[in-house]
Design a protein around this ligand. Structure first.
Ligand code: ATP
Length: 315
């Protein structure tokens, strides 16, 4: 059986609110797949349905061809980190893992192994209540790994981790995928995913926006822009616009009629063409810099229409 996650027309409504809206996608083994969307876009709700913790209003989610609930030995089948704050604070890390291991027919040696794997061997006898968020995340990852499952699902695993933890977890995900497992991670930050994921599933307001490889997303989603500084921004804007470019002023100086040098951000024309047009029209340039939009910017542009709440309520 191939450890594939298959989501088909999955829908979840809470009263009048549609949290997940006819969502379909496939997550394959041997790759790290990033599940991306702004806050509140329905990622956690989807993952809960994949793991059988929530019932869909309609549609299906299967792991290895059957609903997750139908698998008897769950921890051996799929491991998940959903909410790192969920662990009983009075227990030690080892006691927490040992209880789960016993309930799933897993030996004590495996508990020691996963504690070492996630870097918590020295903290194994400390109460989880005193753990930092990053340590709780590590414990959650240890829990997911306990049954050595072919499918791993992590909801915002990098939250609260320090830079060293982030590097560690990235390497771990890459290794788990290289071992042939299915690794599915949610995040609201593209910058995290571009370092880690091979494939992306991007959603907004519960709907699929795109499912493709990071490479295809980067090739399609990023566009080049050229920053131009000139003492005659209005004149250059007119020349470039006439040549088909789209031009925006950057800061005060870029505005029409502004005195002094202005910076313009130009899209739709390459730098050498801009330089030639400026030269032909006798406009002096102080700067000409090509810049690729980051994947984060491409992601934000793609999901902008589906962001519910923006800081400051500017929409
Ligand atoms: N139990 C619930 N009852 C009512 N509404 C809910 C419930 N759970 C989630 N929602 C709503 O469903 C939508 C999707 O929430 P969800 O937590 O799945 O999003 P998310 O993408 O995981 O967001 P975040 O990144 O903030 O965790 C939100 O508008 C949320 O308020």
């Amino acid at each position: 059986m191939e450890p594939v996650i298959e989501v088909n027309e999955l829908t979840k409504r809470y009263g009048g609110k549609t949290a997940v809206d006819r969502l379909s996608f496939t997550v394959r083994p041997g790759r790290v797949t990033g599940f991306l969307g702004p806050n509140g876009s329905g990622k956690s709700t989807t993952l809960r349905m994949v793991l059988g913790l929530d019932a869909p209003t309609s549609g299906t989610a299967t792991v290895g061809g059957v609903p997750f609930r139908a698998h008897r030995r769950g921890l051996h089948h799929a491991g998940a980190l959903l909410d790192a704050g969920h662990v009983h604070g009075g227990r030690t890390a080892r006691a927490h893992l040992s209880a789960l291991a016993r309930g799933n027919g897993i030996g004590a040696r495996r508990v020691t192994e996963v504690l070492e794997e996630v870097g918590l061997a020295d903290a194994a006898r400390r109460r989880v209540g005193g753990f930092s968020l990053g340590m709780r995340q590590r414990l959650g990852i240890a829990t997911a790994l306990l049954g050595d499952p072919p499918v791993l699902i992590f909801d915002e695993p990098v939250n609260g981790m320090d830079p060293e933890g982030v590097l560690w977890v990235r390497r771990l995900f890459r290794r788990l995928a290289a071992e042939g497992r299915t690794v599915f991670l949610s995040s609201h930050l593209m910058s995290e995913m571009e370092q880690t994921a091979d494939d992306l599933v991007v959603i907004g307001q519960g709907r699929l926006i795109t499912a493709e490889s990071v490479r295809d997303f980067a090739a399609r989603g990023t566009r080049l822009s050229v920053t131009v500084a000139t003492p005659r921004p209005a004149e250059l804007t007119a020349v470039l616009t006439a040549a088909g470019a789209s031009v925006e002023g950057e800061g005060e100086g870029g505005r029409e009629g502004a005195a002094g040098a202005g910076k313009l951000v130009v899209t739709g024309l390459p730098a050498d063409r801009i330089a030639a047009l400026a030269f032909e029209n006798g406009v002096l340039l102080h700067e000409l810099t090509t810049r690729a939009a980051t994947l984060e910017e491409a992601f934000m542009a793609l999901t902008a229409d589906s962001v519910e709440y923006l800081a400051g309520g500017t929409r």
